[in-house]
Design a protein around this ligand. Structure first.
Ligand code: OOG
Ligand code: NI
Length: 461
Protein backbone atom coordinates (compact mmCIF):
# COMPACT_ATOMS: atom_id res chain seq x y z
CA UNK A 1 0.00 0.00 0.00
CA UNK A 2 1.34 3.44 -0.96
CA UNK A 3 -0.19 5.80 1.60
CA UNK A 4 -1.16 9.46 1.21
CA UNK A 5 2.18 10.68 2.59
CA UNK A 6 4.17 8.58 0.13
CA UNK A 7 1.88 9.63 -2.75
CA UNK A 8 2.44 13.30 -1.87
CA UNK A 9 6.22 12.97 -1.65
CA UNK A 10 6.34 10.99 -4.91
CA UNK A 11 4.08 13.49 -6.68
CA UNK A 12 6.28 16.41 -5.57
CA UNK A 13 9.35 14.60 -6.96
CA UNK A 14 7.67 13.79 -10.27
CA UNK A 15 6.34 17.28 -10.73
CA UNK A 16 9.83 18.58 -10.05
CA UNK A 17 11.40 16.26 -12.64
CA UNK A 18 8.73 17.19 -15.19
CA UNK A 19 8.98 20.94 -14.54
CA UNK A 20 12.78 20.76 -14.81
CA UNK A 21 12.51 19.39 -18.35
CA UNK A 22 9.98 22.08 -19.30
CA UNK A 23 11.74 25.01 -17.59
CA UNK A 24 15.50 24.34 -17.38
CA UNK A 25 16.12 27.55 -15.38
CA UNK A 26 14.15 25.87 -12.57
CA UNK A 27 16.95 23.29 -12.29
CA UNK A 28 19.50 26.11 -11.95
CA UNK A 29 17.37 27.66 -9.22
CA UNK A 30 17.15 24.35 -7.34
CA UNK A 31 20.94 23.85 -7.67
CA UNK A 32 21.70 27.32 -6.34
CA UNK A 33 19.17 26.93 -3.51
CA UNK A 34 20.79 23.66 -2.45
CA UNK A 35 24.28 25.15 -2.67
CA UNK A 36 23.18 28.02 -0.41
CA UNK A 37 21.44 25.58 1.99
CA UNK A 38 24.62 23.50 2.33
CA UNK A 39 26.61 26.64 3.14
CA UNK A 40 24.11 27.82 5.75
CA UNK A 41 24.15 24.38 7.35
CA UNK A 42 27.97 24.38 7.47
CA UNK A 43 28.00 27.90 8.92
CA UNK A 44 25.21 27.57 11.48
CA UNK A 45 25.04 23.87 12.34
CA UNK A 46 21.94 22.78 14.24
CA UNK A 47 20.55 26.35 14.26
CA UNK A 48 20.05 26.08 10.50
CA UNK A 49 17.54 23.30 11.15
CA UNK A 50 15.45 25.13 13.71
CA UNK A 51 12.71 25.68 11.16
CA UNK A 52 12.75 22.19 9.68
CA UNK A 53 15.27 19.42 9.12
CA UNK A 54 17.58 19.76 6.13
CA UNK A 55 15.83 16.70 4.68
CA UNK A 56 12.49 18.46 4.81
CA UNK A 57 13.86 21.74 3.48
CA UNK A 58 15.72 20.09 0.58
CA UNK A 59 12.59 18.27 -0.61
CA UNK A 60 10.28 21.21 0.12
CA UNK A 61 8.39 22.81 -2.79
CA UNK A 62 5.25 24.74 -3.42
CA UNK A 63 3.53 24.69 -6.76
CA UNK A 64 1.04 27.13 -8.23
CA UNK A 65 -1.85 26.14 -10.48
CA UNK A 66 -4.82 28.03 -11.87
CA UNK A 67 -8.23 26.69 -12.89
CA UNK A 68 -11.31 28.21 -14.49
CA UNK A 69 -14.46 26.92 -12.81
CA UNK A 70 -15.89 25.68 -9.51
CA UNK A 71 -16.24 22.19 -11.05
CA UNK A 72 -12.53 22.16 -11.93
CA UNK A 73 -11.56 23.35 -8.46
CA UNK A 74 -13.68 20.61 -6.85
CA UNK A 75 -11.78 18.03 -8.94
CA UNK A 76 -8.44 19.50 -7.87
CA UNK A 77 -9.57 19.09 -4.24
CA UNK A 78 -10.18 15.37 -4.83
CA UNK A 79 -6.77 14.83 -6.46
CA UNK A 80 -4.93 16.60 -3.65
CA UNK A 81 -7.14 14.95 -1.03
CA UNK A 82 -5.69 11.63 -2.18
CA UNK A 83 -2.27 12.95 -1.18
CA UNK A 84 -3.28 14.25 2.24
CA UNK A 85 -3.42 17.88 1.07
CA UNK A 86 -6.41 19.94 2.20
CA UNK A 87 -7.52 23.50 1.45
CA UNK A 88 -6.12 26.03 3.93
CA UNK A 89 -6.76 29.77 3.87
CA UNK A 90 -8.64 32.13 1.56
CA UNK A 91 -6.89 34.71 -0.59
CA UNK A 92 -8.75 37.28 -2.68
CA UNK A 93 -6.31 38.51 -5.31
CA UNK A 94 -8.98 40.75 -6.84
CA UNK A 95 -8.69 42.95 -3.77
CA UNK A 96 -5.09 42.62 -2.57
CA UNK A 97 -3.05 45.82 -2.66
CA UNK A 98 -1.96 46.75 -6.15
CA UNK A 99 -3.59 43.71 -7.66
CA UNK A 100 -6.07 43.30 -10.43
CA UNK A 101 -6.06 39.60 -10.95
CA UNK A 102 -9.56 38.08 -11.33
CA UNK A 103 -9.05 35.07 -9.06
CA UNK A 104 -9.66 33.79 -5.55
CA UNK A 105 -7.23 31.24 -4.15
CA UNK A 106 -6.49 28.71 -1.46
CA UNK A 107 -3.51 26.50 -0.69
CA UNK A 108 -3.73 22.72 -0.56
CA UNK A 109 -1.34 21.35 2.05
CA UNK A 110 -0.98 18.82 4.86
CA UNK A 111 -2.50 20.07 8.08
CA UNK A 112 -0.98 18.07 10.90
CA UNK A 113 2.41 18.27 12.45
CA UNK A 114 3.72 14.82 11.53
CA UNK A 115 2.51 15.12 7.91
CA UNK A 116 4.11 18.54 7.54
CA UNK A 117 7.39 17.20 8.91
CA UNK A 118 7.26 14.20 6.55
CA UNK A 119 6.65 16.31 3.44
CA UNK A 120 5.04 19.75 3.44
CA UNK A 121 4.29 19.91 -0.31
CA UNK A 122 1.69 22.60 -0.94
CA UNK A 123 -0.01 24.01 -4.02
CA UNK A 124 -1.30 27.56 -4.27
CA UNK A 125 -4.47 27.14 -6.31
CA UNK A 126 -6.41 29.94 -7.96
CA UNK A 127 -9.81 29.95 -9.61
CA UNK A 128 -11.16 32.53 -12.06
CA UNK A 129 -14.19 34.49 -10.89
CA UNK A 130 -15.89 34.85 -14.25
CA UNK A 131 -18.97 36.52 -12.74
CA UNK A 132 -16.97 39.55 -11.63
CA UNK A 133 -18.19 42.40 -13.83
CA UNK A 134 -15.13 44.50 -13.09
CA UNK A 135 -13.27 42.08 -15.37
CA UNK A 136 -15.77 40.21 -17.52
CA UNK A 137 -18.82 41.58 -19.34
CA UNK A 138 -21.91 39.36 -19.55
CA UNK A 139 -21.12 38.24 -23.10
CA UNK A 140 -17.51 37.37 -22.34
CA UNK A 141 -18.59 35.54 -19.19
CA UNK A 142 -20.99 33.44 -21.26
CA UNK A 143 -18.40 32.54 -23.92
CA UNK A 144 -15.80 31.80 -21.23
CA UNK A 145 -18.33 29.55 -19.51
CA UNK A 146 -18.90 27.65 -22.75
CA UNK A 147 -15.18 27.25 -23.41
CA UNK A 148 -14.38 26.12 -19.88
CA UNK A 149 -17.46 23.88 -19.68
CA UNK A 150 -16.34 22.00 -22.79
CA UNK A 151 -12.79 21.23 -21.67
CA UNK A 152 -11.66 18.34 -19.50
CA UNK A 153 -8.60 18.95 -17.35
CA UNK A 154 -8.53 15.63 -15.52
CA UNK A 155 -9.34 12.19 -16.96
CA UNK A 156 -12.13 10.29 -15.14
CA UNK A 157 -9.68 7.49 -14.33
CA UNK A 158 -7.47 9.93 -12.38
CA UNK A 159 -10.47 11.14 -10.37
CA UNK A 160 -11.60 7.56 -9.65
CA UNK A 161 -8.16 6.64 -8.38
CA UNK A 162 -8.07 9.82 -6.29
CA UNK A 163 -11.39 9.00 -4.65
CA UNK A 164 -10.27 5.45 -3.97
CA UNK A 165 -6.99 6.62 -2.45
CA UNK A 166 -8.75 9.09 -0.20
CA UNK A 167 -11.37 6.56 0.93
CA UNK A 168 -8.87 3.77 1.58
CA UNK A 169 -5.90 5.83 2.79
CA UNK A 170 -3.71 4.95 -0.19
CA UNK A 171 -3.35 2.78 -3.28
CA UNK A 172 -1.62 -0.49 -4.07
CA UNK A 173 1.65 -0.23 -6.00
CA UNK A 174 0.22 -0.54 -9.49
CA UNK A 175 -2.68 1.85 -8.93
CA UNK A 176 -0.34 4.33 -7.21
CA UNK A 177 1.92 4.29 -10.26
CA UNK A 178 -1.04 4.96 -12.55
CA UNK A 179 -2.37 7.72 -10.29
CA UNK A 180 1.03 9.48 -10.17
CA UNK A 181 1.51 9.21 -13.93
CA UNK A 182 -1.94 10.64 -14.70
CA UNK A 183 -1.67 13.35 -12.05
CA UNK A 184 1.72 14.54 -13.29
CA UNK A 185 0.59 14.48 -16.92
CA UNK A 186 -2.44 16.63 -16.07
CA UNK A 187 -0.11 19.50 -15.15
CA UNK A 188 2.21 19.35 -18.18
CA UNK A 189 2.23 22.19 -20.67
CA UNK A 190 0.04 21.13 -23.57
CA UNK A 191 1.25 21.09 -27.18
CA UNK A 192 -2.29 21.82 -28.40
CA UNK A 193 -2.50 24.99 -30.51
CA UNK A 194 -3.93 28.04 -28.74
CA UNK A 195 -6.55 30.13 -30.52
CA UNK A 196 -4.82 33.46 -31.14
CA UNK A 197 -7.88 35.70 -31.13
CA UNK A 198 -9.51 34.07 -28.11
CA UNK A 199 -6.28 34.24 -26.11
CA UNK A 200 -5.78 37.89 -27.11
CA UNK A 201 -9.33 38.84 -26.13
CA UNK A 202 -8.84 37.40 -22.64
CA UNK A 203 -5.37 38.91 -22.37
CA UNK A 204 -6.91 42.36 -22.74
CA UNK A 205 -8.77 41.64 -19.49
CA UNK A 206 -5.86 39.98 -17.69
CA UNK A 207 -2.95 37.76 -18.72
CA UNK A 208 -3.92 35.44 -15.89
CA UNK A 209 -7.43 35.10 -17.37
CA UNK A 210 -5.82 34.23 -20.73
CA UNK A 211 -3.43 31.73 -19.12
CA UNK A 212 -6.40 30.01 -17.48
CA UNK A 213 -9.26 30.36 -19.93
CA UNK A 214 -7.39 30.77 -23.22
CA UNK A 215 -6.14 27.20 -23.38
CA UNK A 216 -7.82 23.80 -23.15
CA UNK A 217 -5.66 22.39 -20.35
CA UNK A 218 -3.94 23.49 -17.16
CA UNK A 219 -0.24 23.47 -16.16
CA UNK A 220 2.03 24.17 -13.22
CA UNK A 221 2.74 27.89 -13.27
CA UNK A 222 5.81 27.65 -11.05
CA UNK A 223 7.42 25.28 -8.59
CA UNK A 224 9.19 26.94 -5.72
CA UNK A 225 12.10 25.52 -3.72
CA UNK A 226 12.87 26.69 -0.18
CA UNK A 227 16.17 28.35 0.63
CA UNK A 228 17.70 29.15 4.01
CA UNK A 229 19.30 32.46 2.92
CA UNK A 230 17.26 34.19 0.25
CA UNK A 231 19.51 37.27 0.12
CA UNK A 232 22.50 35.09 -0.74
CA UNK A 233 20.43 33.28 -3.34
CA UNK A 234 19.23 36.54 -4.91
CA UNK A 235 22.81 37.75 -5.31
CA UNK A 236 24.03 34.46 -6.70
CA UNK A 237 21.25 34.13 -9.30
CA UNK A 238 21.97 37.68 -10.45
CA UNK A 239 25.69 36.78 -10.76
CA UNK A 240 24.67 33.87 -12.97
CA UNK A 241 23.01 36.33 -15.32
CA UNK A 242 19.42 35.55 -14.37
CA UNK A 243 17.43 38.76 -14.01
CA UNK A 244 15.44 38.65 -10.80
CA UNK A 245 12.42 40.87 -10.09
CA UNK A 246 13.41 44.07 -8.29
CA UNK A 247 12.99 42.98 -4.74
CA UNK A 248 12.38 40.29 -2.20
CA UNK A 249 8.71 40.36 -1.13
CA UNK A 250 7.54 40.07 2.45
CA UNK A 251 9.32 41.07 5.67
CA UNK A 252 12.65 42.91 5.42
CA UNK A 253 16.04 41.33 6.05
CA UNK A 254 16.86 42.31 9.62
CA UNK A 255 18.92 41.00 12.53
CA UNK A 256 16.02 39.35 14.38
CA UNK A 257 14.32 35.99 13.83
CA UNK A 258 12.86 35.11 10.43
CA UNK A 259 9.08 35.55 10.50
CA UNK A 260 6.46 34.56 7.94
CA UNK A 261 7.66 34.29 4.37
CA UNK A 262 10.10 36.05 2.04
CA UNK A 263 9.88 35.34 -1.68
CA UNK A 264 11.44 36.44 -4.92
CA UNK A 265 11.22 35.36 -8.53
CA UNK A 266 12.62 35.77 -12.01
CA UNK A 267 10.50 36.91 -14.91
CA UNK A 268 8.43 34.55 -16.95
CA UNK A 269 10.42 32.86 -19.63
CA UNK A 270 9.33 32.97 -23.23
CA UNK A 271 8.19 29.45 -24.06
CA UNK A 272 7.43 28.26 -27.58
CA UNK A 273 3.71 27.56 -28.10
CA UNK A 274 1.60 26.79 -31.17
CA UNK A 275 -1.11 29.26 -32.16
CA UNK A 276 -4.06 28.79 -34.47
CA UNK A 277 -4.81 31.93 -36.48
CA UNK A 278 -8.37 32.85 -37.46
CA UNK A 279 -7.71 31.55 -40.99
CA UNK A 280 -6.83 28.12 -39.55
CA UNK A 281 -3.05 28.35 -40.03
CA UNK A 282 -1.00 26.98 -37.10
CA UNK A 283 2.15 28.95 -36.35
CA UNK A 284 4.80 28.82 -33.66
CA UNK A 285 5.17 31.80 -31.35
CA UNK A 286 5.87 32.16 -27.68
CA UNK A 287 4.14 33.02 -24.42
CA UNK A 288 5.62 34.37 -21.20
CA UNK A 289 3.45 33.06 -18.40
CA UNK A 290 5.61 30.84 -16.25
CA UNK A 291 8.38 31.92 -13.94
CA UNK A 292 10.87 30.87 -11.33
CA UNK A 293 10.24 31.60 -7.68
CA UNK A 294 12.12 30.84 -4.48
CA UNK A 295 11.21 31.37 -0.86
CA UNK A 296 12.57 31.48 2.67
CA UNK A 297 10.18 30.46 5.42
CA UNK A 298 10.15 31.86 8.94
CA UNK A 299 8.10 31.46 12.11
CA UNK A 300 4.29 31.42 11.92
CA UNK A 301 2.78 34.48 13.57
CA UNK A 302 -0.41 34.75 15.64
CA UNK A 303 -3.23 37.14 14.70
CA UNK A 304 -1.51 39.77 16.90
CA UNK A 305 1.82 39.15 15.16
CA UNK A 306 0.12 39.39 11.79
CA UNK A 307 -1.59 42.65 12.74
CA UNK A 308 1.82 44.03 13.69
CA UNK A 309 3.31 42.89 10.36
CA UNK A 310 0.46 44.47 8.39
CA UNK A 311 0.76 47.67 10.40
CA UNK A 312 4.50 47.93 9.78
CA UNK A 313 4.02 47.22 6.07
CA UNK A 314 1.44 50.01 5.85
CA UNK A 315 3.73 52.39 7.73
CA UNK A 316 6.58 51.58 5.39
CA UNK A 317 4.37 52.31 2.37
CA UNK A 318 3.32 55.62 3.89
CA UNK A 319 6.89 56.52 4.77
CA UNK A 320 8.14 55.88 1.25
CA UNK A 321 5.07 57.10 -0.65
CA UNK A 322 6.01 59.18 -3.65
CA UNK A 323 9.74 58.51 -3.28
CA UNK A 324 11.92 56.68 -5.75
CA UNK A 325 13.79 54.19 -3.62
CA UNK A 326 15.90 51.17 -4.48
CA UNK A 327 15.09 47.76 -3.08
CA UNK A 328 18.08 48.17 -0.72
CA UNK A 329 16.80 51.50 0.59
CA UNK A 330 13.33 50.04 1.05
CA UNK A 331 14.77 47.11 2.97
CA UNK A 332 16.82 49.42 5.19
CA UNK A 333 13.76 51.55 6.04
CA UNK A 334 11.71 48.38 6.75
CA UNK A 335 14.46 46.85 8.90
CA UNK A 336 14.60 50.04 10.97
CA UNK A 337 10.85 49.94 11.63
CA UNK A 338 11.17 46.30 12.61
CA UNK A 339 14.12 46.92 14.91
CA UNK A 340 12.06 49.50 16.80
CA UNK A 341 8.86 47.49 17.04
CA UNK A 342 9.36 43.74 16.67
CA UNK A 343 10.85 41.81 19.61
CA UNK A 344 14.21 40.31 18.71
CA UNK A 345 14.09 37.34 21.06
CA UNK A 346 11.97 34.19 20.88
CA UNK A 347 11.10 34.55 24.58
CA UNK A 348 9.59 38.00 23.87
CA UNK A 349 7.68 36.68 20.87
CA UNK A 350 6.17 34.00 23.12
CA UNK A 351 5.46 36.39 26.00
CA UNK A 352 3.76 38.87 23.65
CA UNK A 353 1.84 36.03 21.94
CA UNK A 354 3.15 37.23 18.60
CA UNK A 355 4.34 33.93 17.12
CA UNK A 356 3.61 30.22 17.40
CA UNK A 357 5.88 27.74 19.15
CA UNK A 358 5.65 24.16 20.39
CA UNK A 359 6.87 23.32 23.86
CA UNK A 360 8.67 20.28 25.24
CA UNK A 361 9.98 19.17 28.63
CA UNK A 362 13.77 19.48 28.94
CA UNK A 363 15.89 16.55 30.15
CA UNK A 364 18.04 18.82 32.27
CA UNK A 365 15.14 20.35 34.19
CA UNK A 366 15.34 21.30 37.88
CA UNK A 367 14.06 18.89 40.55
CA UNK A 368 11.05 19.36 42.82
CA UNK A 369 7.57 20.49 41.99
CA UNK A 370 7.10 22.11 38.60
CA UNK A 371 5.65 25.63 38.49
CA UNK A 372 2.28 25.78 36.75
CA UNK A 373 2.64 28.71 34.40
CA UNK A 374 4.38 28.59 31.07
CA UNK A 375 6.46 31.74 31.55
CA UNK A 376 8.08 30.30 34.70
CA UNK A 377 8.49 26.87 33.15
CA UNK A 378 10.42 28.50 30.30
CA UNK A 379 12.39 30.94 32.43
CA UNK A 380 13.43 28.30 34.99
CA UNK A 381 14.56 25.75 32.43
CA UNK A 382 11.79 23.15 32.74
CA UNK A 383 10.50 23.57 29.26
CA UNK A 384 12.01 24.48 25.90
CA UNK A 385 10.33 26.10 22.89
CA UNK A 386 10.66 25.38 19.18
CA UNK A 387 9.26 27.73 16.54
CA UNK A 388 6.44 26.53 14.27
CA UNK A 389 7.26 27.21 10.63
CA UNK A 390 4.89 29.35 8.55
CA UNK A 391 3.22 27.00 6.06
CA UNK A 392 1.00 29.48 4.22
CA UNK A 393 1.20 32.45 1.86
CA UNK A 394 0.93 36.23 1.99
CA UNK A 395 -1.76 37.83 -0.20
CA UNK A 396 0.29 40.93 -0.84
CA UNK A 397 3.33 38.92 -1.92
CA UNK A 398 1.10 36.68 -4.02
CA UNK A 399 -0.35 39.75 -5.72
CA UNK A 400 3.19 41.07 -6.23
CA UNK A 401 4.30 37.74 -7.68
CA UNK A 402 1.32 37.62 -10.06
CA UNK A 403 1.75 41.26 -11.00
CA UNK A 404 5.49 41.37 -11.58
CA UNK A 405 5.16 38.55 -14.05
CA UNK A 406 2.29 39.88 -16.12
CA UNK A 407 2.98 40.98 -19.66
CA UNK A 408 0.27 43.61 -19.57
CA UNK A 409 -1.69 45.47 -16.92
CA UNK A 410 -5.04 44.22 -18.14
CA UNK A 411 -8.22 46.16 -17.60
CA UNK A 412 -10.31 46.36 -14.46
CA UNK A 413 -13.45 48.48 -14.48
CA UNK A 414 -13.56 49.66 -10.90
CA UNK A 415 -17.03 51.15 -11.37
CA UNK A 416 -18.62 47.80 -12.24
CA UNK A 417 -19.99 45.32 -9.71
CA UNK A 418 -17.67 42.80 -8.17
CA UNK A 419 -18.94 39.31 -7.45
CA UNK A 420 -19.27 38.11 -3.89
CA UNK A 421 -17.02 35.15 -3.55
CA UNK A 422 -15.92 34.76 0.04
CA UNK A 423 -14.45 31.89 2.05
CA UNK A 424 -17.88 30.26 2.56
CA UNK A 425 -18.52 30.19 -1.17
CA UNK A 426 -15.06 28.72 -1.73
CA UNK A 427 -15.66 26.01 0.90
CA UNK A 428 -18.99 25.15 -0.75
CA UNK A 429 -17.25 24.74 -4.12
CA UNK A 430 -14.53 22.58 -2.57
CA UNK A 431 -17.11 20.38 -0.88
CA UNK A 432 -14.89 20.18 2.17
CA UNK A 433 -13.96 22.46 5.06
CA UNK A 434 -11.67 25.36 4.31
CA UNK A 435 -9.17 25.30 7.18
CA UNK A 436 -8.20 28.44 9.01
CA UNK A 437 -4.40 28.60 9.21
CA UNK A 438 -4.42 30.21 12.67
CA UNK A 439 -6.54 27.37 14.06
CA UNK A 440 -4.09 24.82 12.68
CA UNK A 441 -1.05 26.52 14.24
CA UNK A 442 -2.90 27.03 17.53
CA UNK A 443 -3.88 23.37 17.73
CA UNK A 444 -0.29 22.23 17.13
CA UNK A 445 0.78 24.53 19.95
CA UNK A 446 -2.05 23.32 22.22
CA UNK A 447 -1.19 19.66 21.62
CA UNK A 448 2.42 20.32 22.68
CA UNK A 449 1.27 22.10 25.84
CA UNK A 450 -1.00 19.17 26.71
CA UNK A 451 2.03 16.84 26.37
CA UNK A 452 4.11 19.11 28.61
CA UNK A 453 1.40 19.09 31.29
CA UNK A 454 1.08 15.34 31.12
CA UNK A 455 4.87 14.83 31.26
CA UNK A 456 5.19 17.11 34.28
CA UNK A 457 2.08 15.76 35.99
CA UNK A 458 0.46 19.20 35.94
CA UNK A 459 -3.29 19.47 35.90
CA UNK A 460 -4.86 22.19 33.85
CA UNK A 461 -5.16 25.48 35.70
C1 OOG B 1 0.23 32.22 -7.85
C2 OOG B 1 0.92 33.42 -7.25
C3 OOG B 1 1.04 33.30 -5.74
C4 OOG B 1 2.90 32.75 -4.09
O1 OOG B 1 3.92 32.08 -3.85
O2 OOG B 1 2.55 33.71 -3.38
C5 OOG B 1 2.12 32.40 -5.29
C6 OOG B 1 0.23 32.17 -9.35
O3 OOG B 1 0.99 32.89 -10.00
O4 OOG B 1 -0.57 31.38 -9.88
O5 OOG B 1 2.42 31.38 -5.84
NI1 NI C 1 4.42 30.90 -5.50
Amino acid sequence: MVDATALRAAFARRLSAMYGTEVPAYNTLVDVAQEVNREVLARMGADAERLGSIGRVTAERHGAIRVGTPAELAQVARIFGAMGMYPVGYYDLREAAGSSVPVVSTAFRPVDEAELAANPFRVFTSMLVTGDRRFFGADLERRLGEFLGARRLFPPRLLDLADRAEAEGGLDGEAAEEFLTLATRAFELSAEPVSRSWYAELERVSSVAADIGGVASTHVNHLTPRVLDIDALYARMSERGITMIDAIQGPPRWDGPDLLLRQTSFRALAEPRLFREDDGRVVQDDLRVRFGEVEARGIAVTPAGRALYDELSAELDALLAGQQVTAEERNAAGAKLWADRVPRGEAELIAGDLAYFTFHVLDARPGGAAPADLATLLADGWVGARPIVYEDFLPRSAAGIFQSNLTSDGAKDVTAAGADFGPEALAAVLGRPLHDPYELYASIRAASLARVRADLGLTRE
